[in-house]
Design a protein around this ligand. Structure first.
Ligand code: MN
Length: 158
C-alpha cells in the first residue's frame, strides 16, 4: 500500500474525555489501530472541534466539565454540518437521564466503562468500515447497548 494514500485514507476519531489518563490511553489504542485521533477535554471543545474538523466518528464521555456529553451530543446533532457524524457514548453511568438524553438526541450507541480494547476496536471498526452507512433513524429508534464482560479495563491497564 502506498504510504501517502494510506495516510490520506485514515479515518479521524474525536475522543472526548475529561480524564487525561483515560483520554490518552484511548487515543493510543486507537492510533495503534490505524486511526487519526483528535482529543477534546470538555463538551464545548467537542462541539467546536466537531464543527471545525468534521471527524468520522466521535467517542463521547458524558460526565464533562461545562456542558455534559449529552448536551454536546445534542448540539452536534442539531448542527446540519455535524449531525451525520456517529456519536458513540463512553460512560460509567449505567442508566439515568444523561444516557437516556444522549440516546434521545441521536447518540448511535452506548458503551459502558470500563470497556475492553477489543470492544472498543470492534465498535469503532463497525462504524468506520467501508460498507457502513450511518442510519440516523435506526440509531435513534433502536440503539444498541453494549456491555463488556471482559475484565480488561482502561483503568486496570494504565
Ligand atoms: Mn468524565
Amino acid at each position: 500500500m502506498h504510504y501517502g494514500a494510506y495516510m490520506a485514507d485514515k479515518h479521524k476519531i474525536l475522543v472526548v474525555e475529561d480524564n487525561s489518563d483515560c483520554r490518552e490511553l484511548l487515543a493510543i489504542v486507537l492510533r495503534r489501530s490505524g486511526y487519526e485521533v483528535a482529543e477534546a477535554a470538555t463538551g464545548l471543545a467537542a462541539v467546536e472541534q466537531a464543527s471545525a474538523t468534521h471527524p468520522d466518528l466521535i467517542l463521547m464521555d458524558l460526565g464533562l466539565p461545562g456542558i455534559s456529553g449529552d448536551e454536546a451530543t445534542a448540539r452536534i446533532k442539531a448542527d446540519p454540518s455535524t449531525r451525520d457524524i456517529p456519536v458513540i457514548v463512553n460512560t460509567a453511568f449505567n442508566n439515568g437521564t444523561l444516557v437516556e438524553r444522549a440516546l434521545a438526541v441521536g447518540a448511535a450507541e452506548i458503551m459502558h466503562k470500563p470497556i475492553s480494547f477489543e470492544v472498543l476496536r470492534e465498535v469503532v471498526g463497525r462504524y468506520l468500515s467501508s460498507d457502513y452507512t450511518f442510519n440516523r433513524s435506526l440509531s435513534c429508534a433502536n440503539p444498541q447497548v453494549l456491555r463488556s464482560s471482559d475484565q480488561t479495563t482502561l483503568s486496570a491497564s494504565k
